[in-house]
Design a protein around this ligand. Sequence first.
Ligand code: UD1
Length: 417
Amino acid sequence: MYVIHGGNTIEGKVRVQGAKNTVLPILAAALLLSEPVTLKGCPRISDVYTMLALIEQLGGAWSWRGEILTVDGTGIKNWEVDGLLAQECRASILFMGALLGREKKVRIHRPGGCAIGKRPINIHVEGMKQLGAKVREEEDFIHVSGERMQSGTFHMKFPSVGATQNLILSCVKLPGITKLYNGAREPEVVYLCDFLRKCGAKIQGERTDCIVIQGVKRLKGVSYEIPGDRIVGGTYLTMAAASGGSAQIEHVQLWEIESLLFLLERMGCSIYRNQKSVILYRNPKNRLKSVEQLYTQPFPGFPTDMQSQWMVAAAVARGKSKVCEKIFENRFQIVAPLKQMGANIHVEQDTAIIEGVENLSGCEVWGKDLRGACALMVAGAVAKGTTLVHGQKYIDRGHEDIVRDFKLLGVKVQQTK
Ligand code: UD1
């Protein structure tokens, strides 16, 4: 449980940790390399440890030396992914593509992760079938045989981030040229392609309509630096916007967070963009302005992973805001706890309508998913009085040390048992 004494303005500077959603596919990609890989700036979060445990269970090895994580997948012989571990982390599904690319077969449990929607994997499976893989789906497990897989073309009916990454992993060593149309353009896809290219892969066209992959026989090990986490950075910027004051957020790439920066500017914040950092300032005497209508969308649209945190800012803005959640069906779980804190929100189907109030007030609340729990931490920092936030196991999935970061930004917070 976290105890937050809120209602103060934000003042401080944070260098954000390495990006969770970038490192997880890169850890899966390590299975495809003929040599170990070293990663700098990998965040020490529970999703990373789950992926490392899965690598170990498959026969690989890993070790940290200071800030450097070495992952060695060269000894892997196993192609059956442990069911219990797979249920701990959504990104475990990426071992499907990686093991297909490596062993030509895989047996894997359906993935777990935060309960923010149905999260099917039909697009992953359709893509693999289209390229000739044989797929047998049981209730919990999926068996895929890639012996007859051939390069080809696949058109994704929705630009799913995970399916795009999984298909890239399964094709990067497949002979011939594979074309993936309508793939996701999220930064986490761009970095996976960048990483694989450094290892020797031939991939072009990420961030366009068509990703073209020419299969290579061998991928070498490299050293790679994990970029800063755009959602962690965005969460802290949103907290500064909602509380007022000033925050300097370092180790973020501007192109990844532009949709958020644009929105916060429209709400009345001053934003100073530097090469790899952002300073946000809002005079605490002037309330934020509301936003008529916001939609969550695939990149470069506004990210669903920022929707809950943004709702806290909208909850204390002057006037009525609306946010329409277009990616996940179950992403308004924080509405109830925010209402407990005094927010005026009601939900109509996929839209939350938020009438801004002057203040939130602290109370005891429960987070039920990673970003929702972080949003409640932000709400605690904004609210008058003391807020108790439960849900550490969710926050640990994506934050190395949220208490350290909040303190650096001037928030009075502590963790208790
Ligand atoms: C990734 C991110 C997650 C982020 C999401 C959207 C990781 C580990 N997680 O999740 O933080 O919120 O992208 O930016 O990187 N869908 C299908 N069929 C499929 C796959 C997806 O219908 O086979 C649907 C999903 O139910 C959802 C939408 O597509 O409604 C987006 O899902 P997807 O882009 O796949 O998200 P994830 O990769 O799971």
